[in-house]
Ligand binder design. Sequence first.
Ligand code: ADP
Length: 218
Amino acid sequence: MTKQSFAIIGLGRFGTSIASKLSEAGHEVLGMDVNEDRVEDGRDLVTHAVVLDSTEEEALKSIGIRNFDYVIVAIGNDLQASILSVLLLKELGVKKVIAKALNKRHGQVLEKVGADWVVHPERDMGARVAHQLLLPNVLNYIELSNEYNIEEIVIPPSMSGKSLRDLDLRAKYELNVIAIVQNQELFISPSPDQMLNAGNKIAVIGHRDKINDFVNMK
Ligand code: ADP
């Protein structure tokens, strides 16, 4: 794994959650917050932690912000600070700026001032919860476009003992199975004769409507 460097501005719930995952994965993580208590609380989760106001250009320059591979603006409710920080980071030449938006308008402004990736945690998590409520067998999914998804689906008991050939998902639903997970083991590009057991997971790629048809099949 290539070690990458991340700077995280704002050590609230969102920022610290990102910081700890990246640190656990072995990357270099600098955590920053204007609030000294937040910096103290987050110190053990990151490689370095500093008290810093990201709306101050000189402060950002002094820590060499443009040398980080990614800077994540995880500021909560202060829209002005969030927008100004993204603007300054891009002006200072940071290659990849990721910013958290509170709502649609905020997200649009963040994009306008140069954010490379705007995330909407509440909106996206809400959509995921709804998706999982509607399709309880779907564990995880990636939206590839407005129409196509990759979804991880739990095999129901009714399909136990059948092979991929028996299920014939390509002909019936235009779905391609790209992997099977059996007892923690991952089989990439599985053979059509591979047998499935209840509780196994398959990752399928295909049209969202067809995936729904398959998951809702009786
Ligand atoms: P959440 O918990 O939802 O992630 P919070 O509002 O609790 O959001 O956390 C955002 C953090 O961002 C706070 O700790 C706050 O002190 C910090 N913050 C706000 N403005 C700045 C700024 N200009 N520079 C650095 N940190 C900031």
